[in-house]
Ligand binder design. Structure first.
Ligand SMILES: [Mg+2]
Length: 120
């Protein structure tokens, strides 16, 4: 299974990556630090699952999600953001986010999404 982690915080990417790497041996991960990078990496890496931050430079996570959904409708897109109750979350849901995880998150939340994605 392939997972793309898009977040402008290197620390956050590292945290999520560690959880993914420890979750299973057959998980491959890639990282993106901006929305544009996420769109580009999606095209070449073709992930099954993306953890997407909202607030990122160049292009935010919601716009990146919209673009990715168009070309990769089967990719599971999970918004992972500190803007838990902000209008952006409502927009993310309307635009087709498969799941919302609020930061700071519990490791179990990430693991649960990985498990569900693997099992579908
Ligand atoms: Mg951010």
């Amino acid at each position: 299974m392939k997972i793309l982690i898009a977040d402008d915080s290197k620390f956050m990417r590292l945290m999520i990556r560690r959880i993914c790497d420890n979750a299973s041996e057959d998980i491959e991960t890639e990282e993106a630090g901006t929305g544009i990078e996420a769109v580009k990496k999606n095209a070449v890496f073709a992930p099954d699952l993306i953890f997407m931050d909202i607030t990122m430079p160049q292009m935010n996570g919601i716009e990146a999600m919209q673009r990715i959904k168009k070309v990769s409708p089967d990719c599971k897109l999970v918004i992972c953001s500190a803007l838990a109750n902000a209008p952006q979350i409502k927009e993310a849901i309307e635009q087709g986010a498969d799941e919302i995880i609020a930061k700071p998150f519990q490791e179990e939340k990430i693991l649960e999404v990985i498990k569900l994605t693997k099992g579908r």
